[in-house]
Structures are given as structure tokens and as C-alpha cells.
Design a protein around this ligand. Structure first.
Ligand code: SAM
Length: 245
């Protein structure tokens, strides 16, 4: 039987606590029984984004379902930097990749933003959420970001809360200061990182962003990066500064 830290790891929505029983069915039950061949009395690590990570024992395997009982708290739930990732959706494979990397880099909310030059205007939110869950299960994370339905950039800015600074990754703006310099002066309050589409932001969008009090235009250096690269660079620099890596 696999050692606890090597046991399969699953995210689920149900509450977790000592001796709490949970039932798993569908793909997750198939994964445990058929793919990972976890036997009766075998162990699985469970987390739900609220109650920490629990070692659970399989106590029953009724037809294509699995009943587990939480038997040991492995890790307490920890808090995360409150960072939203605002992104112009990219084509399928790249947006899946973005959802996974933003999750691994600790974004707590993934928000698809429709801009004038966004190419992929249809977003499969459930697919993004599944990618975020897979990244969290594989990377030993304790939380899953929420995923919003897409929203037009103008509508987002019209109702943006003044206490959350948007770090606007502006590859073409003269107003953009260095991200590192800007971060040193940023209060550690709620943040958002905004990355544009392959074609960048339009002048009108840049104008609207740079006139908003909640927006901090920043440069990510002299090289123009692809949107997915820029997202990783920006989220890494922000987290490294906030979490003092
Ligand atoms: N503006 C170019 C265009 O029109 O094709 C490139 C856009 S770039 C591929 C996509 C997004 O990545 C930009 O909207 C910006 O948010 C971000 N980005 C890329 N390189 C950057 C840099 N050096 N500084 C700040 N943001 C950058």
C-alpha cells in the first residue's frame, strides 16, 4: 500500500474532518479503482480548498462508487496572496496551459477578459476549472482558483473595486514603469494581474486603463513576450515579491 505522501490526491467539494465519510463516483471513482487500483483499506489524500488536506481510507467500494473516511489531517489549510489573474483568452491548448500555470503560481481567481483584439471569444469555463483542479492535485496545492465567465474589459473596469490594484502588463505603453520598482511600493492588499491578447491592447483600451486610479501600468522588460509567457513572468514576479521567495 502506497505511503501517505505517495497516495493518489483528489480535490472534492464535500466538507472534510476527522472520521468524516465522503462518497466519490464517476471519473474520480474510476481513477481510484481502475487506474490507480487502490484497494479496500487503501489510502487517498483529499482536499477541498477549505479544510486542509486529509488522509482518507477506502472503507467500501459499492458498484462504481468509493466511500472513504478521513482518518488523519496531513496539512492545515493555509492562506494565499489575494491575486486575481485577468487574461484575454487564447486558443484551447494555450488557455488550458494558462489555467494550469496561473493555478500553480497561486492565482485565487481566473477571470477571462474580452478585449477588442481577443481572438478566442468563447471560453469553456468548466474546462478551465478542470485544468485548475488537475494542476492543484498534481502540485500538492491546497486551494483551487474560482473561474469566472468572460467579461468585456470595459464592463470590468466600470465596476472595478477601488481597493484592488490592477497590475496592467503594458508592452507598448510609455507610462509603464518597471514591475519590480512598482511592486516595491505596492501595498500587499488585493491585486490583479492583467495580460492582453496576442494582438495587444488597442489605444482606446490602453487609454481607459491608464486613466483608471486602480490600474498600475508596468513593463515586463524590453522583450515582447507571448501572452502566456508574460502571464507567467508577471505572476512569478508578483508572488516572489509578495511572498518574499
Ligand atoms: N503588443 C504586441 C502586439 O500587438 O502583438 C504584443 C502583445 S503581447 C504578445 C500580449 C500581451 O503580453 C500584452 O498585451 C501584454 O499584456 C503582455 N506583454 C508581453 N510582453 C510584455 C512586456 N515586455 N511588458 C509588459 N507586458 C508584456
Amino acid at each position: 500500500m502506497a505511503a501517505p505522501h505517495r497516495s493518489p490526491r483528489l480535490f472534492l467539494g464535500a466538507p472534510l474532518g476527522m472520521d468524516v465519510e465522503v462518497e466519490i463516483d464517476g471519473d474520480q471513482a474510476h481513477y481510484l479503482i481502475t487506474v490507480m487500483r487502490v484497494p479496500l483499506r487503501g489510502h487517498v489524500r483529499l482536499f477541498n480548498g477549505r479544510d486542509g488536506e486529509w488522509l482518507a481510507e477506502i472503507v467500501e467500494i459499492p458498484r462504481r462508487r468509493v466511500i472513504l473516511r478521513a482518518v488523519e489531517l496531513l496539512r492545515r489549510q493555509t492562506s494565499q496572496s489575494d491575486i486575481h489573474y485577468l487574461f484575454a483568452p487564447l486558443k484551447h491548448a494555450r488557455v488550458d496551459y494558462l489555467a494550469q500555470k496561473a493555478t500553480e503560481l497561486g492565482a485565487v481567481r481566473l477571470r477571462p477578459i474580452l478585449t477588442e483584439r481577443t481572438v478566442a471569444r468563447r471560453v469553456n469555463v468548466e474546462r478551465l476549472r478542470a485544468n485548475a483542479i488537475e494542476a492543484a492535485e498534481q502540485c500538492n496545492l491546497l486551494a483551487i482558483p474560482s473561474v469566472d465567465e468572460p467579461i468585456e474589459l470595459k464592463a470590468l473596469l466600470d465596476c472595478w473595486p477601488p481597493d484592488r490594484t490592477i497590475i496592467f502588463c503594458d508592452d507598448a505603453g510609455v507610462a509603464a514603469g518597471s514591475l519590480m520598482n512598482s511592486l516595491s511600493s505596492l501595498r500587499s492588499g488585493p491585486l490583479a494581474v492583467l495580460v492582453g491578447p496576442e494582438g495587444g491592447f488597442s489605444p482606446a483600451e490602453r487609454e481607459q486603463l491608464c486613466t483608471s486610479k486602480a490600474v498600475l501600468p508596468v513593463s515586463l522588460g524590453p522583450r515582447i513576450m507571448r501572452a502566456d509567457t508574460a502571464a507567467i513572468a508577471a505572476l512569478t514576479l508578483v508572488q516572489a515579491t509578495l511572498e518574499k521567495w
